[in-house]
Design a protein around this ligand. Structure first.
Ligand code: AMP
Length: 116
């Protein structure tokens, strides 16, 4: 499936729902999280709808997963060359609340480990 009509992140990608955009390519979008957990907290989403990372990987062209992580990495480095964190929650147990794959990129503060 390329697009899910009921998906908020598909609507954000298409512009139907407004977001605070940071970067856009033909296949991906970076926008600011509504509820930031760090000075920089953005979400990197693919255009192609997949509910989570596992579904995306299962149906991806070879370059798609790498392209998405490369965009997240460039975004994190640009925000904080000294360090940043990429988080992908998959499933309820991990705290996933929006079921369109998204990579959280968090930067601008010291991160802690283990994560909550
Ligand atoms: P997750 O819990 O990993 O599924 O993360 C979903 C993230 O999406 C949360 O950090 C929310 O704050 C964020 N979020 C939900 N709706 C929007 C929206 N319309 N614009 C920006 N961020 C959103």
């Amino acid at each position: 499936m390329t697009r899910d009509e009921n998906c908020i992140f598909c609507k954000i990608f298409s512009g139907e729902v407004k977001s605070d955009e940071v970067t856009r390519t033909d296949d991906a979008l970076v926008f600011r999280d509504l509820n930031p957990q760090a000075p920089t907290h953005v979400l990197v989403i693919p255009k192609r709808h997949a509910a989570n990372l596992g579904d995306f990987v299962a149906s991806a062209e070879p370059h798609e997963v790498g392209d998405l992580f490369a965009l997240a990495s460039r975004t994190g480095r640009a925000a904080s060359p000294d360090g940043y964190r990429i988080v992908v929650n998959e499933g309820h147990e991990a705290g996933q609340t929006v079921f369109h794959l998204h990579l959280h990129v968090l930067a601008g503060r010291r991160m802690h480990w283990p994560p909550g």
